[in-house]
Every structure is written in structure tokens, then in C-alpha cells.
Design a protein around this ligand. Structure first.
Ligand code: ZN
Length: 79
């Protein structure tokens, strides 16, 4: 399962307590040449609560390197 889907399926909003999230991966673009060189290292995943819009940002480069990603996602959302 993709990181985005795992985050969306486990999401519990820390502000309003509801579940259901919109997850988007995006690149924080630099300018000029760094825009191309760093694109793999400037990716982030934004998880937005569908109820109140509260958004959390994660670094997928870190999360996708974890063997116990499921445990970490459970911990993030306090399950
Ligand atoms: Zn919320």
C-alpha cells in the first residue's frame, strides 16, 4: 500500500477527532537548477482532515525507509 493510502486510512484528526483525510504528495520547489537536483529530496506529504481542514505535513523520505511503518503510523495517530 502506498504511504499516502496508509496515512489516509489511519488518519484521526488531532483537532476535531474525525477520521477521513485527503492526502497529497507535493514537491517543495526551489528555484533554477536546484529545482531539478533536489526534487527527490524535497517531497512532502500533506494530510488534511476532511472535516476541519487541519493539515499535517510528513517527510515521505523518512517514513518510507522504515521497516515498521505500520507501527509508526499507529503511533502518529495515537492508536
Ligand atoms: Zn479535523
Amino acid at each position: 500500500m502506498r504511504l499516502e493510502d496508509r496515512l489516509a486510512s489511519k488518519f484521526v484528526c488531532t483537532k476535531c477527532g474525525s477520521t477521513g483525510a485527503e492526502v497529497r504528495r507535493f514537491a517543495a520547489t526551489g528555484t533554477g537548477i536546484t529545482r531539478f537536483l533536489d526534487i527527490q529530496h524535497n517531497q512532502f506529504v500533506a494530510v488534511s482532515c476532511k472535516n476541519c481542514g487541519y493539515t499535517e505535513i510528513y517527510n515521505p523520505e523518512i517514513l518510507e525507509g522504515k521497516d515498521n511503518l505500520g507501527d509508526i503510523i499507529d503511533m502518529i495517530f495515537g492508536l
